[in-house]
Every structure is written in C-alpha cells, then in structure tokens.
Design a protein around this ligand. Sequence first.
Ligand code: ADP
Ligand code: ZN
Length: 628
Amino acid sequence: MKHKDALDILQTIYGYDRFRPQQARIIDSVIDGNDVLVLMPTGGGKSLCYQVPSLVREGTGIVVSPLIALMQDQVDALNALNLNAAFINSSMSAQQIAQTEQALIDGDLDLLYVAPERLLMDSMLALLDQCKLALFAIDEAHCVSQWGHDFRREYMGLHVLHTRFPTVPRIALTATADQRTRDEIVSNLKLEDAARYISSFDRPNIRYAIHEAGNAKDAMLQFLDDNHPGDAGIVYCLSRKKVEDIAQWLVKQGRKAVPYHAGLSAEMRQEHQSRFLREDGVIVVATIAFGMGIDKPDVRFVAHLNLPKSIEAYYQETGRAGRDGLPANAWMSYGLQDVINLRSMMQESDADEEHKRVEHHKLEAMLGLAELSTCRRQSLLEYFDDELPKPCGNCDNCLNPPSTWDATEAAQKALSCVYRTGQRFGVNYLIDVLVGKEAERIKSFGHDKQSTFGIGADRSATEWRALYRQLIAKGLLSVDMGGHGSLTLTELARPILRGERDLQLRKISNATGGAKKKKRAQAEHIAQADRPLWEKLRALRASLSDGKPAYLVFNDSTLVDMLEQRPTTHEQMASVSGVGKHKLEKYGDAFIDLIREFDMFADCDASDEVPDDASADTRDNQLADTTR
Ligand code: ADP
Ligand code: ZN
C-alpha cells in the first residue's frame, strides 16, 4: 500500500488491521486521482474503496446511490464512526436541505450521499462547482446498463460528471456485472480510461443448496428449524399472494415474519424493511421488489420458494446473505410448476425477438444450474467468466453428491404418452394415463385403450412429475400455454424415443434429506459453550442501539471476535476487529464490563439465566432454542 495515511484511517477509525488486497490497490489508485471501475461481490468491502479516499483526499466525497430509503442507514453507519456524513434527498424539508448544502460549501462534510436525479439538477451541479470535491462514487453502477435488471434512466445522465468535473476522480462500483453489463457501464459512464479492478465473484461463506419441491413449505420449515431457529433472513416468492400466504404461515409457526411486495403501501413497506434492519431475527418474505441496497450484514439465509428467472437474479438475491463473511445459507426449492410458469411467461411476453432470445437463454442457464449434479459454485462462477479450479465442498452437491440413474426407459414411456395422446394435454392428465387411473375424462378420450395407459404403474405420480420436470428442463418437451400447459415433443425427444440415445438423470432426493443429515446448530459459527455470552453481547448491543439497527453498534463479526478474544482491557478491546477509536470510547466499557462479569461467574452455570436487560427478542430466541 502506497498511502500510509489510508492504512492509518482504516486502523484508527474503522478498527480493522489491514485492507483486503484488492481494496488497497483500488484505494491507492483513487487517492492518486484516477478513475476506476470496481467489480466486487457483495460483502467484498466496496464501501471502504470510496470512503477511505474521501477521507484522505481534500474535499467532500459525493456518493451517488439509487435508493433514498437507505441513505439514512448508510449515513448512520458513518456517523457511528464519528465521521461527518450527510445526505440530500426529497424526503427533507427545504430548511434541512439548505443546512446540508451550507455544510457542504463550508467544507464540513467528509461524505455526501445523493440520488442521481438530485445530483443532476442544475442547481446542485452549480453548487458543486463552488466546492472542493474529493471524488464521485457511483454505487450500484450496473443501474446504468439496460442489459442488467436494475436499469434506472436517471443513471444515464451521470456521464456529465466526466465533462463538468474533469479533475475529480470517479469510482464506479457494482456487484453484478457480466461482460455485457460491464461494457455498458464503461461506455455509458465514459469510463474508457478507468482502471478496472475485477475481483473473484466467489462467496465462499455461502452454502448453496437447490432442492426439488416435494412439499416446499415443510421442507423450508425443516431447513429453518435445523439451521436458523432465530436468524434473520429473506424468503423470495414469485407472486404477491404467495408472499402474503407464506408470511402469515411463518408467523403461525412462531416466526417473526413480515411481507414485502410492490402491492403494499409505501409506509407499510418502509415499516417492514426497517423492522428487518433494526430488530434481530426478522424474516422478510418478499417478491424481487425487495433487496437492492440492503446493507444488513447479518442476513443468515436467503430462501427461494420459486425459481428465479436468471442466474444473475439468483446470484444477486442469494448474495444478500452473509455480507459479514460468516457462514450463511442460500436455499432453494423449486418444482415442475416453476418451470412451466417461467417457460410460458417467456413465450407469451410481448418483448421483441432479440429480447426473448436473451431471456430464454438466461432461463435455460438457470434451469441447468438447478438440475446440475456437480458443484454448484463452480458452475455459478463459470457463468460469470470466473473460475474455481476445484469443487467447493460447500454446496449440496459437494456435500451429498447426488446419484444419477439411467432414465432412458422411463423417459420413453413419458414421451410416448405425450405423443399417443396427441400432444394436447398437460402434465397431470399425462400422469393419470401413465399410472392407469380410472377416470371418466380418460375414458371419454379413449386413452384407456391405448398402449401407454398404465405402463407407468411401477412409479408414483410424484416420481413422474419429477421426471416430466427434468424432461422439460432439458428441453425434450416444450410447454404450450395457449393450450393450457399442454406438452409437445421437441426435436431432442426423437433420438430418445427411437432408442438412439440414452438419458442419465439426477436422482431425486427428498427435499429435506440433505438439510437433515447436515444438521447445523443455530449460527454454526458460535460454539454451544459460547452461546450464553453471545446472547448477552447481542442483548447489550441492542440496548445500546438507540432505535437504530443494532449492527451499527458492532456487527456480528465484531461480536464473534470479542467472543474469541474476551477482551477485558481497553488495549485488548482496541485490537478486536471492527473496534475503532470512536466506538471504543463510546461502547468499550460496557462490553468490557459484561465480559469481565460473565467470565467471573462462568463457573456457576451461567447458561440457565436470562440476562436482566435481555430484550424481548433475545428471550424469544432462547425460548425457541429450548422448546425445539
Ligand atoms: P459491499 O458494499 O462490497 O457489499 P461492505 O462495504 O458493506 O461490502 O463490506 C462488507 C463487510 O466487510 C462490512 O461489514 C465491512 O465493515 C467489512 N470490511 C470491509 N473491509 C474490511 C477490512 N479491510 N477488514 C475487515 N472488515 C472489512
Ligand atoms: Zn460445490
């Protein structure tokens, strides 16, 4: 690292020992006044890449951020470090805006957050002309790309920063960027001359698992009970109705769950989001409307109850888990209906042919990932032109390698049933014919007289459903929505029917099997013996948080480090990761007292007592723990 003052800031203000390797290079480059493009996965530490140079360089760092609703949290986090940060947005009164603008002109601000539409207003640009500027940071830079899925028109105007403020360095940051998005960021923001820093997209602390739905709800509950009895997480569903249903159902199961979708009022959404950020252990059940810009570091799981439309979406959504680097789960359950819905949604969409082709391609890749029998992470990274030389050891397929079976004969039966019934029927009907169900409808078409009637009686309806799903996923059958989901054969089906090719398929495991076998205690990173102190640290943190998100006091990884180091002096406390000068002064004593007291009484079985000051949350967790 070239700039030693940057390292000094990291250690005294943030309380971290060293920069991550990529951070050091980026920060040096921005301090030197260069434009840079940063691609780094969620949790990689992008914020420091612009915050630290803003502090080292003279003037204010201007941060462009797309979501007004979340600026408050970002600014709170900086204020908690005793830095001068503020935002300007439309939620403020004219007087508040004027005050903040004055602070900016006076050079009192280290960092200022603004939304792009505000930044690009003539009055704002004129104001910036009068100020000393350290840099422009363009966060969530993929919003400038029409190819990506978060396109925001306002981002398109940001290239003026280059012409209007040619000497102010710009740093564009994103966690999503395949090659095409990357190219669009560069050209739309005029970053042709920027240095590019591209990190590996791997998120090694996230455990990926994708299951075939049997009963998806039960499977999820089992997964939550085994792995996350009191943890915060996100459950993604496709429709608003399903979001409501699942949220209610989780509440009935004794969970703190709230719904979030675009059909709720803005106040309700805001309230649910802020409960998720502020309280411990809240589960948000949401459509894809939820999540962008959520910086909550301790989301311990992301569950999908439907198949996402693309690997980009899947990776971005699952990426919201485990920002703090501690173990987290990405769990998904999907079934035949998902495949049918997505396929037909695509066919029916009014998009132009080019766009449809792209969407089709993306869905195929997602299905491929879901049906994969080898390492999920290797395949994910490969999709992003990244690579992992060896299987990861931390995905379902690595942990419980699925077996494959020769499905040729069964596939022939399933496919010929489609053919013989005239390629006019949906899956349920076809299965009824295969298993030889005595149904009026089948008789009325005369299908009970056909050779395929009852030839599949050796398998259950569930097994046939899974097989049909796999055949659709592999493109041997296509779904026609005009005909209410009727299945038709594709070219690929022919060689199988003729016996010219055989077909190996992934064996269907039961959906909870994997999760059950690998049972993990709540928050695996906390040893059982450490849990009483862990709960006390969390309760103390909550009591000091003053109505703001508790992680602003100290985040989970800082508490984990305290648990390991058991600091009982200021000096020891200062060496805990994430304890900087300001937080040491503000909270150090309270935590030191707690740890001292705890260790003193450690011999007298502290594990049974509930701390006096335990918040209701913590008590709930403990109850959940013991009644399980
Ligand atoms: P991103 O914006 O890339 O998702 P953040 O900037 O939110 O990531 O950082 C993720 C977490 O990693 C935060 O809790 C942050 O404090 C922590 N972090 C970042 N850089 C370092 C570092 N050099 N040492 C220790 N922790 C770090
Ligand atoms: Zn793996």
